[in-house]
Design a protein around this ligand. Structure first.
Ligand code: ADP
Ligand code: MG
Length: 303
């Protein structure tokens, strides 16, 4: 179990994290979300022991995680981190990068372990390619596999799929999170992408203005987003009479008290997003077809 207890942190004068506390159970997948600059990466770095805390404590089981003031070498054996920098060795192959720290395994075991991890990140075709020839997304996948290689108990992932294109993202995400669950690896994922969270995270924290402003299961926060910031993470939303509604909760109907004028229609895949003017402001409604600008519509709200 990871325990973060009342931590404060500032790089200089501006406080980045203020009285942050939470617990992550063994095998749990916790998502940390928040706008760019909200302190997600900083929080992961503090858990990793990269900086000294200004206040508070972090424990993994009974072990207190300490920063560079108290530790000559940053990091702990039970914990791996995939940062936004990757930090790979460019002149050796994908396999060699993944296997770099596996020397204590017997030869055969070592190779089958590497093969397994290459498969998790779907890099079979590049196993023997030198890392310098890989794209950013491929490098990111090597970094994930290398972090898994040493079978960490706790894995910190900072925007782990941000460089990976949409063609690969969906299946890769499923592979990696499935692998973590199967191996009971506790994981903390910083992300601004709802697809990294929905369907995978057991719990999520929302960071804003140096504080945790919400903490719950993804489905609870999705179904009842108390703040526009939380709703905006999940999708297009509207505030009507101080209530928050996703675009799919509004419906264009034959007749209703709620009347609006169409401004623009955006193609969105399985639906169109219709921007309408309602009481002098824009609101967004999902609809199955485009509607011409200027058309008067009426809509209802389903909660
Ligand atoms: P996020 O990962 O959520 O985008 P960060 O943790 O990277 O946020 O950054 C939080 C705040 O700390 C930002 O205001 C950022 O500019 C600042 N910051 C991040 N790293 C440093 C650093 N090494 N030195 C000074 N300020 C930093
Ligand atoms: Mg970051």
């Amino acid at each position: 179990m990871l325990q973060v207890k009342h931590i404060d942190f500032a790089y200089d004068k501006t406080i980045v994290l203020n009285d942050i506390s939470f617990v992550v159970q063994k095998g749990e997948n916790l998502a940390i979300i928040g706008e760019s600059g909200s302190g997600k990466s900083t929080l992961l770095k503090l858990i990793y022991g990269e900086y000294d805390l200004d206040k508070g404590e972090i424990y993994w089981k009974d072990l207190q995680i300490l920063g560079p003031k108290f530790n000559l070498v940053i990091g702990y054996d039970f914990m791996k981190s995939v940062t936004q920098e990757f930090d790979l060795m460019p002149y050796i192959t994908v396999e060699e990068n993944i296997g770099k720290f596996l020397s204590r395994f017997y030869l055969e075991e070592r190779q089958s372990r590497i093969d397994e991890l290459v498969k998790v990140v779907e890099l079979e075709a590049f196993a023997k390619t030198k890392v310098q020839y890989l794209s950013g997304g491929q490098k990111q996948r090597v970094a994930i596999a290398r972090a898994l290689a040493k079978a960490p108990e706790l894995l910190l992932l900072d925007e782990p799929f941000s460089h990976i294109d949409n063609f690969k993202k969906q299946s890769l995400r499923r592979n990696v999170f499935k692998y973590l669950k199967e191996n009971n690896i506790t994981c903390i994922v910083a992300s601004h992408d709802k697809n990294d969270v929905l369907g995978f995270a057991d719990n999520m924290l929302v960071l804003d203005q140096a504080k945790i402003i919400a903490e719950d299961k993804p489905e609870v926060l999705y179904n009842n987003p108390k703040l526009p910031l939380i709703a905006s993470f999940f999708g297009e939303y509207n505030v009507i009479d101080r209530n928050i509604y996703y675009a799919h909760q509004l419906k264009i109907v034959e007749s209703s008290e709620l009347k609006a004028i169409v401004k623009t229609s955006y193609f969105n895949g399985n639906h169109w997003l219709i921007e309408v003017e309602f009481k002098g402001a824009s609101i967004f409604i999902e609809h199955k077809q485009a509607i011409k600008p200027g058309v008067k519509i009426q809509f209802s709200i389903s909660s």
